[in-house]
Design a protein around this ligand. Sequence first.
Ligand code: SF4
Length: 117
Amino acid sequence: MDEKPKKRTLRPDRIPVAERSPLERVEDFREVPLGYTLDQARDEADRCLNCKKRPCKRGCPVGIDCGGFVDRVSKGDIKGAVKLVKEKNLLPAITGRVCPQAEQCEGPCLVGKKGTS
Ligand code: SF4
C-alpha cells in the first residue's frame, strides 16, 4: 500500500503539550505532561515536511526513521508508528524521556531550523 506522500506547507510553531497544574502535581509523582489527543498528535505530525533525505533519522543514534514515524501518526496509524520505532528500539518509553531530542532527531529537523521542531 504505497500512498502518495501528502504535500505539506511549513507550520513552524509546535502545538504545546498540556500539563497537569503545579497545584495538582505537588500531591503526587504522577506524569506531568498529559500528552496529545489523537487529533492533536495528527495535527502536530502534519507539520513534518516528509523530507526525502530524512535528516531526523541521521540524528537518531539508533537510526529510528523519525520522519516515517511522524508520517504514520499523521495518517492515524498509531500501531504502525509504534511498530516502526520498535524495529530499532525496544525501550521507547524510556528513551522518549531521556534522549536529548533537541540535539538528536529534532536538531537536524528542517522544521526546527525554521521554527520549533
Ligand atoms: S527532518 Fe523533520 S520535517 Fe524532515 S522528515 Fe524528519 S521530522 Fe519531518
